[in-house]
Design a protein around this ligand. Structure first.
Ligand code: ADP
Ligand code: GLC
Length: 497
């Protein structure tokens, strides 16, 4: 790998981009952000961008990247401790800077929560440090010779960086913030402002203040040069009251700088023709082989091998957002269709309890695996007949795209990125060759049940089902087009500096 200084010296014309994120698959993952962080930088590098990544050196990251070396020390400031910057080699080839601060990141548990599922109490400082490090590398005071022209921040965990750039950096890089989910804003007590080293003057309605609190995300949205979110539909929705989470006014006011760019998927990691994590590999031309995955999945989960029963599946964080309370509500009718259900997920205890109890009551018809399991997620995509995402809101969603690529038509609610990526199974869409799943509109258990009934009916009609599968498998969900859109925005931002 080139050293931190040599790449830019060798290619002065390449756009230099620092991609700051709090998760990246396969090193550390809680949801779709990790998938995006793993794939988008690779697609950008393919377009010729000199992209480097900044990620906290969590315990699990260092365990997987044993060959990191220190390239800089960052001094403490306010209540933020000193840290080291490590340069690491990654399998993807994208250079990674790991922010090493053992007192913040060398812990058991997840990136945001401890092993019992409670948020770490010092998250404001942990991600304040990450944001500050990103801003430091993107400003005139950087300890590295390599200086990005654009800093790309993701979610609240890095969204304080544009505020640090605004209040302290000489010759700052341009900043872009991507909203992956507006429900997570990083809201903390205002007293933390001083601890984070931000000036009192930043605490105002057109600054970092949000209803009397300090909001990391609002800071980013306020001070960034551009804002993106992960689907065109969600970019519209967040400008309205229902899904704006109190930030709709700010987002509408900045709409000339707000872009909805659909996430892509990693078509190498998620490829049924080459997936090492599934039982039988297949493509649109060898769809019959998919049945081997259904058999393997049922066997692994202890589900009955019933030939005339469709297998519906869920892989999801178990939270209110995902609409799975509706699924619990209609479970008796779903089972009476008849249908089987395989769920993989973790999250709020009441959902975990609900699905566990359902599975215990119907062990041959329902399976609930509570926890995080990448291998099982792939086998479910390959082995299920249909995939359920009845989300109340969904900024983009990745699994409905994986599902279509795996010939597993998704059943989704028409919201955000789900509405942008799934084409409903109507007669007209079937005739046009575009139908790829089932889309329902009303936010209710009854509407979900009606969609599941339609899906079960179409599954029994083999020709319709095969058409849905083939239409979905033929779609291009790769990053190519979306990465080009990001590249255009970066170029504009860099030119305006
Ligand atoms: P979100 O980011 O809101 O959770 P997405 O659909 O964008 O939703 O992305 C979720 C990602 O996390 C997908 O790659 C999905 O397969 C994965 N995932 C979610 N829960 C689990 C789990 N329990 N085990 C394995 N993978 C999971
Ligand atoms: C968030 C959203 C999800 C999106 C993902 C990646 O976690 O909830 O819809 O796909 O980020 O952008």
């Amino acid at each position: 790998m080139p050293s931190a200084t040599s790449a830019s010296a060798a290619n002065p014309s390449r756009l230099r981009l620092l991609f700051a994120t709090s998760e990246c698959a396969p090193l550390v993952k809680t949801g779709g952000l990790a998938d995006v962080s793993a794939a988008l930088p690779v697609a950008l590098a393919r377009l010729g961008i000199d992209v480097r990544m900044l990620l906290p050196a969590y315990r699990q990251v260092l365990a997987q990247l044993p060959q990191c070396r220190e390239i800089a020390r960052l001094a403490s400031s306010a209540n933020l401790p000193a840290a080291r910057l490590l340069q690491c080699r990654t399998d993807s080839g994208v250079p990674l800077y790991a922010l090493d601060c053992p007192e913040f990141y060398d812990r058991p548990g997840g990136p945001y929560q401890d092993e019992t599922g409670s948020d770490w109490s010092d998250n404001a400082l942990r991600f304040g440090l990450l944001s500050r490090a990103a801003a430091l590398l993107a400003g005139g005071g950087s300890p590295l010779d390599w200086r990005p022209q654009v800093l790309h921040c993701n979610e609240w965990q890095t969204a304080l960086a544009p505020a640090y750039l605004r209040y302290g950096a000489h010759t700052p890089a341009a900043a872009l913030v991507t909203i992956h989910n507006l429900a997570f804003q990083g809201i903390f007590e205002p007293e933390l402002l001083a601890a984070l080293g931000l000036p009192a003057e930043s605490f105002r309605p057109d600054g970092v203040e949000y209803y009397g609190k300090l909001s990391f995300l609002k800071a980013g949205l306020q001070y960034a040069d551009a804002i993106t979110t992960v689907s065109p539909g969600y970019a519209q929705e967040i400008q309205g009251e229902e899904l704006g989470f109190g930030l709709q006014g700010l987002l509408a006011a900045r709409k000339d700088r707000l872009y909805g760019i659909l996430n892509g998927i990693d078509t190498v990691m998620w490829d049924p023709a080459n997936d090492p994590l599934i039982a039988c590999r297949y493509s649109a031309d060898t769809l019959a082989a998919k049945a081997g995955n259904k058999r393997a999945l049922r066997e692994r989960l202890g589900l009955a091998d019933a030939p005339d029963v469709p297998l519906f599946a869920v892989v999801s964080r178990l939270t209110e957002q995902k609409g799975l309370d509706w699924l619990l509500e209609i479970a008796p009718q779903l089972l009476a269709l008849p249908a089987q259900l395989a769920l993989l997920g973790g999250g709020e205890p009441e959902f975990e309890r609900g699905f566990r109890a359902l599975a215990q009551g119907h062990p041959r018809q329902v399976s609930a695996t509570i926890g995080f399991d990448e291998t099982l997620a792939h086998l479910i995509e390959a082995g299920a007949d249909a995939f359920l995402m009845p989300s109340r809101f969904e900024p983009c969603g990745m699994n409905q795209m994986y599902s279509q690529r795996y010939g597993t038509p998704p059943v989704v609610r028409a919201t955000g990125g789900l509405a942008d990526t799934v084409v409903d199974c109507t007669q007209a869409n079937l005739a046009a060759g575009s139908a790829s799943g089932f889309v329902f509109h009303e936010a209710s258990a009854a509407a979900l049940l009606a969609a599941l009934g339609r899906a079960a009916g179409a599954w029994r009609d083999g020709a319709t089902w095969r058409a849905l599968q083939k239409n979905g498998m033929a779609r291009d969900f790769s990053w190519d087009a979306s990465a080009r859109r990001y590249a255009e925005i970066y170029a504009r931002l860099a030119n305006n500096r």
